[in-house]
Design a protein around this ligand. Sequence first.
Ligand code: MGP
Ligand code: SAH
Length: 239
Amino acid sequence: MARRSRRSKIKRKLAKRQGAKGVTPLIKKYWIQRYDLFSRYDEGIELDEEGWFSVTPEEIAVRHAERSGGGVVIDCFAGVGGNAIQFAAMCNHVVAIDIDPQKVALAFHNAKIYGVENCIDFIVGDFFQLAPSLKGDVAFLSPPWGGPSYKMIQNFTLDLLKPKDGYLIFQVAQTITPNIIMFLPRNVDVHQVEELSWLSSPPLDVEVEENYVQSNLKGITVYFGDAAFGQHRLTKMVS
Ligand code: MGP
Ligand code: SAH
């Protein structure tokens, strides 16, 4: 009896270890949140290291999709597909761009698990080069924030976004459509982001939303143009 219970304890330990295969110390805390990131994680979802710390939690990605209006969405920095999958589940069509071929392969794999791969055009390429040839109803921007250490900064200004300044990213996205959704760090300089609306004439409507998962603030979404409900309104998405 004692031997059997010891054996099942070892089995449980082994299963736990195998479940966390490839989990580096950096991504351990994100792995613990895996079902918040992808509710269907256990069906075979795969992420690389940058994917783990960058993917938009599913609940927030659903919110972005609901707010996108259901047309053609250009996901300009698509990563492992957290947002693209939810856009595809709700929108007419999605164009998912990432400069890293491994990310695009992972996004395609993950989209298949959600059964939405046929609603997405996957493109390996540089957003800045592709933008002039793209048209869509909404451009979604979730660029790199410089890794998990972004939160050490007190006031995250737009020049800290990667791979280029946030102003430039926004201006390039405006060549696609004025309806832009940006997912940004929770410590972002909100006034500076709101000022992006003044780059257009007349100024675009803008709306700022705080995004919480299990009462933890995860990020800030800024909606511009038709994607916004009204001028300078702060809303909260709390689960
Ligand atoms: P976090 O702040 O690193 O994690 O990222 P968490 O669990 O809130 O940890 P805590 O210790 O700060 O409480 C929170 C969320 O921000 C992630 O789940 C991603 O959705 C998003 N995120 C984080 N980074 C570093 C990036 C990034 O570089 N790019 C994008 N687009 N999103 C990011
Ligand atoms: N929203 C995504 C996460 C995006 S992370 C998700 O939910 O999964 C940001 C991504 O931007 C990274 O995958 C990175 O490879 C990509 N990226 C960086 N520079 C880029 C560029 N110039 N063009 C397109 N993608 C780029």
